[in-house]
Ligand binder design. Structure first.
Ligand code: HEC
Length: 149
């Protein structure tokens, strides 16, 4: 009986650990998705004319990117060792083999955001800002993001 309880306890712990790791992966993915919402859902769409230029929406998107990017290093501290269920993209194991290099890809994004902040006034300047920022996102994705499907 005692043995059975121990086995059951271990199973519960095991399931809990897997769930916790999925939570970590989901948090990491949600942070990236939030950045994508500002970058692609607002900024890119405006540069393409899919939605009308809106100064407040631009300023909000930049502010939100600023907040999100500052969270990357900490949010990716733990290695969940699993991908979000059904996700298109996952993290390469290299993130945690080389966390210092991964983290070094963050300040260039912050610098690009700081450089365009307050200077976007129309679609033309928004286009320039989009490329400047997105190129820095890509610098990290090239090494540390993997396409799952
Ligand atoms: C320091 C590295 C790094 C930087 C900088 C970075 N990303 Fe990511 N991004 C990742 C990793 C790793 C993944 C894959 C894991 C995940 O989705 O959580 C990812 C995934 C994504 C995804 C796919 C999410 C999904 O699963 O659908 C999007 C979209 C994304 N990033 C947008 C951005 C944008 C926009 C920026 C710039 C503002 C950015 N990222 C900056 C590392 C980075």
């Amino acid at each position: 009986m005692k043995r059975m309880l121990i086995v059951a306890g271990t199973l519960v712990l095991g399931v809990g650990a897997v769930w916790a790791q999925q939570e970590v992966a989901v948090q990491q993915d949600n942070l990236m998705r939030s950045q994508a919402k500002s970058m692609y859902g607002v900024i890119l769409k405006m540069t393409k004319g899919d939605i009308p230029y809106d100064q407040k929406a631009v300023d909000d998107a930049i502010a939100s990117l600023e907040t999100d990017v500052a969270k990357i290093a900490k949010t990716f501290e733990a290695n969940p060792k699993q991908d979000v269920v059904n996700s298109t993209y996952g993290s390469s194991p290299k993130v945690w083999e080389n966390k210092a290099d991964f983290d070094s890809k963050i300040p260039p994004v912050q610098k690009a955001i700081a450089e365009v902040k307050g200077k976007i006034t129309d679609v033309a300047s928004l286009k320039v800002a989009y490329t400047a920022m997105n190129d820095r996102c890509t610098d990290c994705h090239e090494t540390y993001r993997v396409k799952l499907k």
